[in-house]
Write a protein that binds this ligand. Structure first.
Ligand SMILES: *Cc1c(COP(=O)(O)O)cnc(C)c1O
Length: 395
């Protein structure tokens, strides 16, 4: 029996049947059970910042696991403290504190609890948002299909149209604990707001004594060519930032970073986790941050991201390219995104569609020029075959 067939009989069917079973990876490439090679333009959904099997990550995890693998939060370890200090420094936040967890949803759960300690309960979130699938994070996620089977969801959440300053100004008042936004909406298809939107959100939140919380789970850790996407806009200083995905380069870790008064809202007994801050996960994250510097991956994300954007924009059938760095969306001239994912896979490229006509590219930051050249050669045929396949299925 194939791995996919065994999967169906053993793994809960929350994701639908897997398209491939993968066995190994190297750089931005992965191989399936038949030995077929793919250029991975999804990177485990913006997770594998260093690609697959990067020696720095393998070494850091191996060394830490051989020394001390897990201790619980009754004890401190050097990797945990060093990682918290590094995040403080990268954010430029002296008066800040970090809470570690294991995923994006968990990082957001900690942030939700933190906002409750302001004495206010209301949160303003954006339409198109995605903040995770646990009950609290889901309460901030706008997509009806994700929410409705699980209502009632906790909390008092108001959704406003994304990138609409007037809607924020009309909605945020002195009952609001926090405004939560993705600096670039990822699951919505890489939607970039106008340059002044985050600054306006910050001003409006602060005028009403509310916190500005930016969910950088997908946009953080060099993805957009800056350490954090909010740093692409001068003057944006959120009170809370949540991180996960790229932070561990594939080892599960989440982080909630808060500054100023937000840094001390969670007090002893208010929150906890068994695995969060685990020294292996923190050593992995330190290796990711070190390697981003050592290999110049901030500049690489900008440079390769610009090339990727140009390449996409030059395709017949692509009507809009969005995003920054190596986080890009491509709007197609018809609803053949799902077909493009399939034809790309046949051609040896792993992509993702966030909507019927929307492709998302969040490849490893170590993607090479050769990988981009290969994509450039293959893409016209991938899109053409996808369009044809879509026409045949609707006929
Ligand atoms: C993926 C994602 C999450 C959820 O992260 P998980 O690790 O899947 O729980 C939250 N926020 C954003 C912006 C994301 O992209």
């Amino acid at each position: 029996m194939s791995i996919q067939e065994r999967y169906t009989g053993a793994v809960m069917n929350t994701f639908g049947p897997p398209a491939l079973a993968l066995v190994r990876g190297h750089g931005a490439h992965v191989w399936d059970t038949d030995g077929k090679e793919y250029v991975d333009l999804l990177g485990g959904i913006a997770v594998n910042a260093l690609g697959h099997a990067h020696p720095a990550l393998v070494e850091a995890v191996t060394a830490q696991l051989s020394t001390l693998g897990h201790v619980s939060n009754f004890f401190a370890t050097e990797p945990q403290v060093a990682l918290a200090e590094r995040l403080q420094a990268l954010l430029g936040w002296d008066e800040s504190r970090v809470f570690f967890s294991n995923s994006g949803a968990e990082a957001n759960e900690a942030a939700i609890k933190l906002t409750r300690r302001t004495g206010r309960t209301r949160i303003v979130a954006a339409e198109g948002s995605f903040h995770g699938r646990t009950m609290g994070a889901l309460a901030l996620t706008s997509k009806a299909a994700y929410r409705e089977p699980f209502e009632p969801l906790p909390g008092d959440v108001t959704f406003v149209p994304f990138d609409d300053v007037a809607a924020l100004a009309d909605t945020v008042d002195d009952t609001v604990a926090a405004v939560v936004l993705e600096p670039i909406q990822g699951e919505a298809g890489v939607v970039v707001p106008s340059p002044d939107y985050l600054l306006a959100a910050q001003r409006i939140a602060h005028e009403h004594g509310a916190l500005l919380w930016l969910d950088e789970v997908q946009t953080g850790i060099a993805r957009t060519g800056a350490w954090f996407a909010h740093q692409l806009v001068d003057g944006v200083e959120p009170d809370v930032v949540t991180l996960a995905k790229g932070l561990g380069g594939g080892i599960p870790i989440g982080a909630t970073v808060a500054r100023g008064r937000a840094a001390t809202l969670l007090q002893p007994g208010n929150h906890g986790t068994t695995f969060g801050g685990n020294p292996v996960a923190c050593a992995a994250a330190l290796a990711v941050l070190d390697t981003v510097v050592a290999e110049g991956l901030l500049a690489a994300a900008t440079e390769r991201g610009d090339r990727l954007a140009e390449l996409l924009a030059s395709q017949a059938g692509v009507v809009e390219v969005t995003g920054a760095g190596l986080m890009r969306g491509a709007e197609l001239d018809g609803p053949y995104g799902v077909h493009a994912v399939a034809t790309a896979r046949d051609a040896g490229f792993i992509l993702n569609a966030t909507g019927p006509s929307r492709l998302r590219f969040v490849p490893p930051l170590v993607l090479t020029s050769d990988d981009l050249d290969a994509l450039g050669r293959a893409l016209p045929q991938i899109l053409e075959s996808a369009r044809t396949a879509a026409q045949e299925t609707t006929r």
